[in-house]
Design a binder for this molecule. Structure first.
Ligand code: GDP
Ligand code: IMO
Ligand code: MG
Length: 426
């Protein structure tokens, strides 16, 4: 059976967790394909909130096998803490499987993430300081340690000894920091983490292919988003992996012919945490209103998110980059109280009009958004579960976005709860 990808289309926090959980109902496997615990995916089920970082969003269904794919970077200490939190809420995590090829985040990755951000000063990226970038850098430099190294303490120790020589020289001589201690890492990773992680380690590539061959449905859950993509995002204000749908092939170990559905998750407005260009950013009371009503504070880091109007230029680019087959529009209810809602349909700079994202980023930094203004609906949408009950203005807003993007909007979110959505597709 074919696979489905869920991908963020903006700068993250679009509601991927909620919609992965929703779509997962019909699936058998949910695979996280990139990122690490920089992600924060929120599910609200029967009034209870689950904030997932590494564990795939299908975990709440008994019939799902949640898989952490080879493309993810795993801090085993965080994974264990997350499994314990879920277990305390009565969730069975024993079905979780972790790729042996996934790379490990080690304590020096976090140290380097923090200190290098400090050195960047006002040019800092605003990372989550979780060690994500340094772990992916080590993977590319071929000095990373992988989850499977936990299975062989001798190899783990040897690799760590080699890499610590360089990391400690860097920390001490360049960054003027204390070195990290080999023995304490060995104690934490081999003595404490290994017994908990070992039973989860699996050949996840064959697990996924066996499922596909058996006619099962596989859902590939992206973290971060299209414009945080290392290749396609607003570099250098990006994450260090490939969240775009193509990244799902690499990060799960399947070829592109297996994927026949790509669901792009888009907020009905835009948010961003961390630095970087944001053409439709609002610095007025409407921006504050979106923060307040949308509770726009980071799921993990608690940082206030920057907010702005829906940007159709970005989204059209996301449609192309990901081959989106449909869009799920989230948080429409957050716009309920507004008199009018704006949509950026093009950019303008020095008399030139851009309907597609300018490739030169200096242009993106300077453009002025061109807006279409639509009437608001001034109605509480949070209880609406059928398209026919939507106020006309809300229906018109969604139809306007559909026309701008050129792909159907299949699902619309009207609240954080699992049941707070409606099918929009005709
Ligand atoms: P993710 O990283 O893409 O999974 O998104 P986050 O979980 O970080 O942030 C999305 C936030 O919006 C979470 O607090 C969700 O509970 C919430 N949310 C998701 N969909 C909706 C929706 O349709 N309406 C409202 N009001 N909140 C939503
Ligand atoms: P989810 O999956 C929003 C942002 C950080 C920073 C940049 C690089 O919940 O949508 P990193 O720590 O990855 O090196 O930081 O990326 N960022 C996110 N923003 N949602 C996320 O994940 C993010 N993960 C990273 O704020 O700007
Ligand atoms: Mg999030």
């Amino acid at each position: 059976m074919p696979a489905t990808v869920v991908v963020g289309t903006q700068w993250g926090d679009e509601g991927k967790g909620k919609f992965t959980d929703l779509v997962a109902k019909e699936m058998q496997l949910v695979v996280r394909y990139q990122g690490g615990h920089n992600a924060g995916h929120t599910l609200v089920v029967d009034g209870e909130t689950f904030a997932l970082q590494l564990v795939p969003s299908g975990i709440l269904y008994d019939h799902i096998t949640p898989v952490i794919g080879n493309g993810v970077v795993v801090d085993p200490r965080v994974l264990i803490a997350e499994m314990d939190t879920l277990a305390a809420k009565g969730v069975d995590t024993s079905r979780l499987r972790v790729s042996g090829n996934a790379h490990l985040i080690l304590p020096y990755h976090q140290e380097i993430d923090k200190v290098s951000e400090r050195y960047l000063g006002r040019n800092k990226i605003g990372t989550t300081k979780r060690g994500i970038g340094p772990a992916y850098a080590d993977k590319a430099a071929r000095v990373g340690l992988r989850v499977q190294d936990l299975l062989d303490p001798k190899i783990f120790t040897e690799k760590l000894q080699v890499v610590l020589k360089e990391k400690n020289a860097l920390l001490a001589k360049v960054y003027n920091q204390l070195p990290v201690d080999l023995d304490s890492i060995l104690a934490e990773y081999l003595d404490v983490c290994r017994p908990r992680i070992e039973p989860l380690i699996a050949d996840t590539v064959n697990l996924v292919h066996d499922a596909l061959e058996a006619g099962q449905q596989v859902l590939l859950e992206g973290a971060q988003a299209t414009f945080l993509d290392l290749d396609h995002g607003t570099y250098p204000y990006v994450t260090s992996s490939n969240p775009v749908a193509g990244g799902a092939c690499v990060g799960a170990g399947i070829g592109p012919r297996h994927i026949d559905r790509v669901i792009g998750i888009a907020k009905a407005y835009v948010t961003r945490v961390g630095a970087g260009p944001f053409p439709t950013e609002l610095f007025d009371e409407i921006g504050d209103h979106l923060v307040d009503v949308g509770h726009e504070y980071g799921t993990n880091t608690g940082r206030r998110r920057r907010t702005g109007w829906f940007d159709a230029v970005m989204l059209r680019h996301a449609v192309r980059l990901n081959s989106l087959s449909e869009v799920a529009l989230t948080k429409l209810d957050v716009l309920d109280d507004l008199d009018t809602v704006k949509v950026c349909v093009a950019y303008e700079l020095d008399g030139e009009r851009f309907t597609h994202l300018p490739y030169h980023q200096s242009v993106v930094h300077k453009v002025t958004p061109i807006y279409e203004e639509l009437p608001g609906w001034k109605t509480d949408l949070s209880g609406i579960t059928e398209r026919k009950d939507l106020p006309r203005q809300a229906e018109d807003y969604i139809a306007f976005l559909e026309a701008q993007l050129g792909v159907p909007i299949g699902l619309v979110g009207v609240g954080p709860g699992r049941e707070q959505f409606l099918h929009f597709a005709a």
